[in-house]
Design a protein around this ligand. Structure first.
Ligand code: TNX
Length: 782
């Protein structure tokens, strides 16, 4: 009997849960958003069932591949497997065509009528993007459920016409496979997700100091020796290593397999062989190619190495000729990327062969260029000839502008958009990859739970706000901006899952930026569409960040009245409730204005919606006598480390213990620090403390001394306490140093904190003479 009840209950459960899945509501508002969607009036639908077929033009191999992919995608998303045919069937079919007349070769038109769906592309690529749109539209998010294969017998597709095409022709994503290696299977998974968002370029960063990752038949040591390192640095600037040998490379057969895989998805692979810097793996394999002859060691740590390819040795250019001719044969791309970034010139300037070259070439420094830069320009121009001889065009990072750009070069502008703007102004093609917007090795939220990264904060919204066309670039030069790409550098990203997490959803934000015109973009709507697509990403087993779907808060500090105004948002506009300090739960309808003294724990939740479960948010404040008091700084913080400025020091939030680059610390470069805080009303104080982020390899030094002064009128200050700290005479591990000063109880209106900085990097430091940074947060006065 008992069994029977369980049996009945399970049956009911199965029926209902299947019934839930029997419905798929098609939504064409995908990412990127199709340019125009016009629905046909009326209630009718096209019914996609297992008797629907996919029809393509006989003999068109590329179309056949697209048809097969469409069949796979639909099976994945619905469980329905469609037959593929070339039989000219017009009814109950998804028909692929390539007869659309459109200026943009990647355009497509998708027409859903009662009898069929026609995806008509201006080229096969256009058809492919139509297929991606259809695929993304037909997926039903199952909120709160585990991944499952949806099982439906029919999908009702609303009648409509979509016309769609991209703004930019270079829509890319780079993956570094040198610092960490990712196997063919993962690279294909990476390519798949580019295709999902209509990206069409995969920039494959195949070589760097820490490993050469592509087989070159003529120079086998590149992989025998150069693909392996003895161990790997732990985090950044720690000078600690994990003791574990590391390596990996792709054979030429594997490369061909990946090239074909990408081609089938209308993705061009641009290979990068990074020279003349970032070449320690080459030099370790063939020490004769360096200025000093070695010995060299494949890079175990991160950053920039001084050893680079010798510019005075003709063997180097013969070697590059061999390498690039194999690369040119393997990759059908019109472009080869030759790197060119971060090439230190020290070795060249001390090398007899390089000096001879400088003399022979009549290189002379001028007002704009050093000899080293001009030698670099000579190097790149010679490589440009090698690339051209192999029938390809050269791309280089914006450093190749220094000393004069090679005549045919395309610039990849990473240090902002300025380099790109200059190059475009001079008629060169440009791809924008500004690190502040599209470097995905930076944090995507300021949560302490994020995986360790290089630093800086690049949330989804910032990526979405990127405009590859600089504001003041002349109209007639704008066609030189081919597009943009995200870059995934992987010093700190060790697994495929972590690559996915850093990539998603931020890559999709750039995908839409490159597809849509700026006037068509709307961040809130994008997040809403992206949220839906995130279930497809989950289903396809891509780890992706959900940070931007949660409740977000903005703070405004009113130091005059010692109040904080907190605005809460969620993209769904779901109603929210909040509580302050575990007291009553209040419904949120306007920004919260909280007196500082009352602010300890802020919690907020959103009311569950049909497709948006409850979100939870918490922020803990730590309040002291200086929190949200008026504060002024005598010396300005460094522009890169100003963030929100002085208020950061008294915002009730201690600096993030892991990263000093996400906005919770501020840094002073080459100056002391002096802050004056007005305590209102007159306040009794007896202690002070502050944290200093010390990372000597990153130029961050402790304070030399701290002095506390007080004043009643804000004009005449007298010293209350002073402490001096030992001078740092060698590198120390990155750490947060806390300084506490205690003094006799004193009533005062003003407190002034003077921190003496090193200002200049000391003699023993690699960058002696440069500015040191004093990185501080949070001022605590008790
Ligand atoms: C700079 S961008 C680099 C890379 C690093 C990256 C870390 C560029 C051309 N060079 O070698 O991996 O910064 O963000």
């Amino acid at each position: 009997m008992k069994h029977k009840i369980i049996y009945i209950l399970t049956t009911i459960f199965l029926i209902t849960s299947c019934a839930n899945r029997e419905q798929i509501t098609v939504d064409f508002k995908t990412v990127p958003l199709p340019r125009s969607i016009e629905y046909t009036k009326g209630e009718a639908f096209f019914n996609l069932t297992k008797s629907t077929s996919i029809v393509y033009e006989e003999g068109n191999e590329r179309m056949q591949i697209v048809a097969e992919l469409l069949s796979q995608y639909l099976k994945q998303n619905t469980g329905i497997e469609l037959q593929i045919s070339t039989d000219n069937k017009k009814e109950n079919a998804i028909i692929l065509q390539n007869t659309l007349k459109h200026d943009n070769t990647e355009a497509y038109e998708l027409t859903v009528s009662k009898t069929n769906i026609i995806i008509n592309g201006a080229s096969e690529a256009g058809i492919f993007y139509g297929v991606q749109t259809l695929r993304k539209a037909i997926f039903q998010p199952q909120i709160g459920e585990a991944r499952h294969q949806p099982v439906v017998s029919k999908v009702e597709i609303p009648l409509c016409t979509i016309l769609d095409f991209p703004q930019f022709k270079h829509r890319g994503a780079m993956l570094d496979v040198s610092r960490h290696f990712f196997d063919v299977q993962f690279v294909k998974k990476y390519i798949d997700v580019l295709a999902l968002f209509n990206m069409n370029v995969f920039h494959w960063h195949l070589t760097d100091d820490q490993g050469w990752r592509i087989e070159i038949k003529k120079h086998p040591k590149l992989t025998e020796i150069g693909s392996k390192r003895t161990e790997t640095a732990i985090d950044r600037h720690s000078e600690e290593y994990d003791g574990t040998p590391y390596g990996g490379y792709y054979t030429q057969e594997e490369i061909k397999e990946v090239v074909k895989y990408a081609q089938d998805r209308f993705i061009t692979i641009i290979p990068e062989i990074d020279i003349p810097g970032h070449t320690l793996a080459v030099l370790t394999s063939y020490p004769n190619l360096g200025c000093t002859g070695g010995p060299y060691q494949v890079g175990r740590g991160w950053g920039i190495y001084e050893d680079v390819l010798c510019a005075g040795n003709d063997e180097v250019f013969n070697f590059l000729d061999d390498v690039f001719s194999e690369i040119a044969t393997l990759f059908p791309s019109a472009y080869i990327h030759i790197g060119g970034d971060e090439c230190v010139k020290n070795r060249w300037m001390a090398c007899p062969k390089c000096k001879k070259r400088i003399k022979e070439e009549g290189i002379k420094a001028d007002a704009q260029h050093s000899e080293g830069e001009l030698l670099q320009s000579y190097f790149i121009k010679r490589v440009d000839k090698i690339i051209a001889k192999n029938g390809k065009k050269l791309i280089g990072w914006d450093e190749i502008l220094e000393g004069g750009i090679a005549p045919n070069a395309t610039i990849m502008s990473w240090r902002g958009t300025e380099g790109g703007q200059i190059a475009a102004g001079n008629g060169h093609d440009v791809i924008m990859t500004s690190e502040a917007y599209v470097y995905l090795d930076y944090y995507q939220s300021d949560s302490a739970d994020e995986p360790y990264t290089f630093g800086w904060l690049t949330p989804l919204k910032k990526v979405y706000s990127f405009d590859p066309i600089p504001k003041d670039l002349a109209k007639d030069k704008q066609q030189h901006i081919l597009g943009a790409q995200v870059n995934v550098w992987v010093e700190y990203i060790k697994t495929g899952a972590d690559v996915e997490y850093m990539l998603l959803p931020r890559m999709a934000a750039l995908a839409e930026t490159l597809w849509s015109y700026p006037t068509e973009k709307n961040y809130k709507e994008f997040v809403s569409r992206m949220y839906k697509q995130s279930f497809l990403l989950d289903y396809l087993d891509y780890k992706n960040s959900k940070a931007s779907y949660n409740i977000e808060a903005e703070y405004e500090y009113d130091t005059e009245n010692k109040r904080v105004q907190i605005s809460l948002f969620n993209f769904k506009d779901a109603p929210m409730h909040y509580s302050l300090n575990n007291t009553d739960v209040i419904s949120y309808d306007a920004p919260i204005i909280a007196p500082v003294d009352s602010l300890h724990i802020l919690r907020a939740t959103s009311v569950p919606q049909k497709d948006y479960p409850e979100q939870q948010f918490e922020r803990i404040f730590s309040i002291n006598k200086a929190t949200v008091c008026p504060i002024t700084l005598k010396y300005a913080p460094d522009a890169k480390y100003t963030f929100k400025g002085a208020i950061t020091l008294v915002d009730g939030q201690a600096g993030n213990p892991v990263s000093y680059r996400t906005g919770s610390w501020i840094g002073f470069s080459g100056t002391d620090m002096e802050a004056t805080i007005k305590l209102k009303p007159q306040t009794e104080i007896s202690s002070f403390d502050i944290n200093v982020f010390v990372n000597t390899r990153g130029n961050l030094f402790d304070a030399k001394s701290i002095e506390i002064e007080v004043s009643d009128d804000g004009k005449i200050f007298s010293s209350l306490a002073k402490e001096t700290y030992p001078i740092t005479a060698e590198h120390i591990k990155p750490q947060v140093v806390k300084h506490s000063l205690e003094f006799t109880k004193t009533k005062t209106n003003y407190i002034r904190i003077k921190m003496e900085a090193y200002k200049i990097l000391p003699d023993w430091h690699e960058k002696v003479g440069g500015n040191s940074l004093l990185m501080i947060d949070e001022i605590v006065v008790k």
